[in-house]
Design a binder for this molecule. Structure first.
Ligand SMILES: [Fe+2]
Length: 333
């Protein structure tokens, strides 16, 4: 299907040059994309001085699709080197780091990038690559199974408002799937049912420490929220104990799942394309593929962004414990 299914924002050459020169300067000054307080401050200052044109390309998601693709960045396939066999060996120097910094700059224009102490060593830009031994996991390290549609970090109240997936390599045109809640048709009764806090969403396998959290009970959370501007969702069926709910709720949940499947679009990212997903409007996933582990596998970079002042979530979320995990914000808010 290609990314034809998603609205595209084509970056003009001047904006691409502006971004590249900013990323190059930061890499020259720090020699790494690993985020130190000094580097993050430098990134914020640089992003604050970007042109209005660049800023306009990064404006909020403005269609019911709940997502867009930024096109026009280039990635030098040779210079980035082979796809690593796991995030830990991805490294943070060279051409890969230049892309990390580009994403971090874009993320900073859109809002406040976040990291998790418990994920990928607290990095602000994650590497998503298939990892040997994780083929059937429900995390980004999987390959052989369908990664079912989910809200990113759904278990946590500090989760991103925006999810950015930047493509480094995708020779096999493996599709990311995305389904927007504003495209679905559900009865008022189902929406009402699913807006009740009935079931918890448990931490996913990327958060080993959070999975061992036993201090307090998992909070029940609503799957849907009727926000002022329209319905938003918080949805991760692979980590939701749906069996615990009564029959009415289970049936409504299955109808939501079926509607999301019906409206799902496939986005096959090309190198340099950045998919930006509104994490309150859209669930994302990935089709199964066969990993080769020969350095040519699909390689994405992921950044998560909080947008201050949004009213897309129930206020009660603020009291959730987040299973002992804390989101680290790049910039004091
Ligand atoms: Fe995800």
């Amino acid at each position: 299907m290609g990314s034809a299914a998603a609205p595209v924002r084509q970056l003009d050459p001047h904006t691409v040059a502006e971004l590249r020169s900013a990323a190059e300067k930061i890499l020259a000054a720090f020699g790494t994309s690993a985020a130190s307080p000094a580097l993050l401050e430098h990134v914020a200052r640089t992003a604050g001085a970007f042109s209005d044109t660049l800023r306009h390309h990064c404006r909020p998601v403005d269609t019911d699709d709940g997502l867009f693709v930024l096109r026009g960045l280039d990635v030098d396939d040779e210079a980035v080197g082979p796809t690593p066999e796991g995030w830990a060996t991805a490294g943070d120097s060279g051409a890969g780091a230049l892309y990390d910094l580009t994403l971090l700059l874009l993320a900073t224009v859109m809002g406040n990038p976040i990291a998790w102490e418990g994920q990928q060593d607290g990095r602000f830009v994650h590497n998503i690559v298939p990892a040997p031994g994780h083929e059937t996991a429900q995390t980004g390290a999987s390959s052989a199974v369908l990664l079912s549609p989910h809200t990113e970090d759904a278990f946590h109240p500090g989760r991103a408002h925006l999810l950015m997936l930047g493509c480094v390599r995708n020779h096999d045109h493996i599709a990311t799937t995305a389904a927007g809640i504003r495209k679905t048709r559900l009865s008022d009764q189902d929406i009402e049912t699913l807006a009740r806090p009935v079931l918890p969403i448990l931490p996913d396998d990327a958060y080993a420490e959070a999975q061992g959290y036993t201090d307090q009970l998992p909070p029940a959370v609503p799957a849907l929220f009727p926000a002022e501007d329209g319905t938003t969702l918080r949805f991760d069926p692979a980590y939701t104990p749906v069996d615990r709910a009564d029959a009415t709720y289970r049936a409504a949940y299955r109808r939501l799942e079926a509607e999301l499947a019906r409206v799902s679009v496939s986005v096959s990212l090309a190198p340099g394309e950045v998919l930006v997903v509104d994490n309150d409007l859209v669930v994302h996933g990935r089709v199964p593929f066969r990993a080769r582990y020969d350095g040519t596998d699909r390689w994405l970079k992921r950044a998560s962004v909080r947008v201050p002042g949004r009213r897309t979530r129930p206020p009660a979320e603020a009291d959730e414990h987040g299973y002992g995990q804390a989101a680290l914000e790049a910039h004091a808010s």
